[in-house]
Design a protein around this ligand. Structure first.
Ligand SMILES: [Fe+2]
Length: 204
């Protein structure tokens, strides 16, 4: 299917049939910002070293990569500094030999599928108002013993760090000092892709 095929192909090695939904680990977050700002923040890599100090200890920011899938999805690769907390990849994976700690898939318009060696965290972004958003985190665990390792070890903390920056951007956008900047070729490919899709659907 147009929306999920690229993700399912890339994750074909992952034991989807062994994932167990965990309501005790799932949670709704409420953010005082527009839903599109939340998505933009998810899609750009600039903020990671500045906002996520814990995550930055695990991920190698110089290896940050975004792959665009047309028309409706993209992938950000979370490459780790060491092998610890990374996927055990099969030889036929395009990522074989690399230290992949997370696959961050975004699917237009409001879905995020974050794969970690321990399982999958799905985020669904719901607009509640111009500056109100609900994000539902739904957790599916494959290997409980891996849950405290790697890039997916403390999702609640990472989420709170993201909320703080997104709410700040929301305040900044309301101010008259806000100007639209240029896109970064390396760190904002996903954001540009998102904006192109938004423009296409708003204009159609
Ligand atoms: Fe973030």
């Amino acid at each position: 299917m147009t929306y999920f095929k690229d993700m399912m192909d890339r994750m074909s090695f992952f034991p989807m049939d062994k994932l167990v939904k965990r309501d005790d680990l799932s949670k709704d977050y409420f953010i005082n910002a527009n839903w599109a700002l939340y998505c933009e923040n998810y899609l750009e890599g600039f903020h990671i070293p500045f906002v996520h100090h814990g995550l930055s200890e695990v991920l190698d920011f110089s290896d940050y990569e975004t792959e665009l899938y047309y028309p409706y999805s993209s992938l950000q690769l979370g490459v780790a500094k060491s092998k610890e907390g990374t996927f055990d990849l099969p030889v036929d994976s395009p990522d074989y030999g690399r230290n992949i700690a997370a696959y961050y898939f975004w699917v237009f318009p409001n879905m995020m599928f974050n794969f970690y060696p321990w399982g999958l965290s799905i985020n669904i972004v719901y607009p509640l108002g111009v500056d109100k958003t609900k994000v539902s985190f739904i957790s599916y665990v494959y290997d409980e013993t891996l849950r405290s390792t790697g890039a997916g070890a403390d999702l609640d903390r990472v989420e709170q760090e993201d909320e703080a920056i997104v709410e700040n951007v929301q305040k900044g956008i309301r101010s008259r000092f806000y100007h639209n900047g240029r896109y970064s070729v390396t760190k904002e490919r996903g954001t540009h892709h998102f904006h192109s899709l938004l423009a296409k659907f708003i204009n159609s």
